[in-house]
Ligand binder design. Structure first.
Ligand SMILES: [Zn+2]
Length: 362
């Protein structure tokens, strides 16, 4: 299966934070024949290990999250309209008139839309207003609470953007959940490569959970593995569209990106300044593999690497990414070429990763 085929399969798989099981099954099935050991922990982290040729060598963890953001049912009204709450960073300004699916127990999918005041009935003063999530509702066509419940929907049912995947010109795609199914697809590409070319270091390829919810599922995997270093694969917002001034300079189609600084101060307080040795290793790999590497420093962005770095006595971490437009919407866009180059970059990092180094500072 090619990278784009696997990416499509993953993007079309509904797996909201806390409900990752469909992705866990697929990722585990795709990795099992490529690795020496694989297990899934209680939270749902998929931990696949390729043993290095040097038994006393280092352990390197490379991870991507399997979950996506979404919404959750918080109430069902007598007339059949469904009230929702956000799970993760869902932008309210894109919700009106969007297609959604509700995932009933057993994985049964129920279609719905997020309603809004019909255009013909909208007063002029409301034309440019955004409704907060508390005023949004899902309409599945039901006329009573009983019909909603008969469809298998209850308080706590996950609600997701209707999964989609479309190919565009220039080897680009637009899809739901490129965040972080692009990273999951790259994990499998790495497993395919290192099955044929066993690395010197022991490589742990991990599909993590709940990144979009509390960012801390990956900590549990890191606690079990206790790696020397850990590399997060997740997207970075590109700022090359006409509506962004003073962005982070990241351009779609210009190659993978290494994070030099992330920070998020709204609702959470964390970020990542990468370990200097690991950052240097990423840059050395780009040079030797002939990969055009972009750098970013972005306020308002955060990945689970920010928490992995704090595990145990500290873990050297770095974020590597591919540029994506329209993040956290149902039409995220990326370049397949950037994902291919990201894989090549990571192959180089694993090959160059020192078998004996404690990443000490000072
Ligand atoms: Zn993500």
């Amino acid at each position: 299966m090619s990278l784009v085929e696997r990416l499509e399969k993953y993007c079309l798989t509904p797996a909201m934070a806390g409900f990752e099981d469909e992705m866990i099954k697929k990722l585990k099935a795709d990795l099992t024949d490529l690795v020496d050991e694989i297990r899934v922990d209680v939270l749902g982290n998929v931990i696949a290990t390729i043993k290095g040729t040097e038994p006393e060598g280092s352990d390197l963890m490379i991870f991507a999250h399997t979950d996506s953001l979404g919404m959750i049912v918080k109430g069902i009204e007598e007339n059949g309209f469904i009230r929702i709450e956000r799970v993760g960073g869902v932008p309210e300004r894109i919700l009106a008139a969007s297609n959604v699916v509700l995932q009933a127990p057993g994985g049964k999918i129920v279609n719905g839309v997020i309603g809004f005041v019909s255009h013909h009935l909208t007063p002029p003063e409301d034309k440019y207003k955004v409704k907060p999530i508390g005023d949004c509702y899902v309409d599945i066509g039901a006329t009573s609470a009983k019909e909603v419940e008969d469809a298998g929907i209850r308080v706590g049912t996950p609600v997701l953007y209707r999964p989609s995947f479309e190919r565009l010109v220039n080897n680009r795609v637009t899809a739901t959940s490129l965040d972080d199914r692009g990273g999951c697809a790259v994990l499998v590409e790495l497993a395919q490569h290192f099955k044929k070319n066993r690395p010197k270091v022991t490589l742990h390829l991990v599909g993590t959970v709940q990144e979009e919810f509390n960012l801390r599922g990956a900590m549990v995997a890191a606690q079990q593995i206790s790696p020397t270093a850990a590399i997060s694969i997740d997207l970075v917002a590109a700022s090359d569209t006409p509506d962004i001034k003073n962005g982070n300079g990241v351009v779609l189609g210009s190659g993978p990106v290494v994070g030099t600084y992330t920070f998020h101060g709204r609702g959470t307080l964390n970020g990542l300044i990468p370990h200097p040795r690991l950052l240097a290793l990423v840059e050395e790999s780009a040079k030797s593999k002939g990969v055009h590497l972009q750098r970013h420093a972005t306020m308002g962005l955060l990945t689970d690497a920010s928490y992995v770095q704090l595990v145990g006595g500290g873990i050297a971490c770095v974020d590597v990414s591919w540029p994506t437009r329209y993040t956290h919407s149902g039409v995220e866009m990326c370049s397949l070429g950037d994902l291919e180059e990201l894989k090549n970059l990571l192959v180089g990092v694993v090959e160059k990763f020192p078998t004996e180094e404690n990443f000490s500072r000072g």
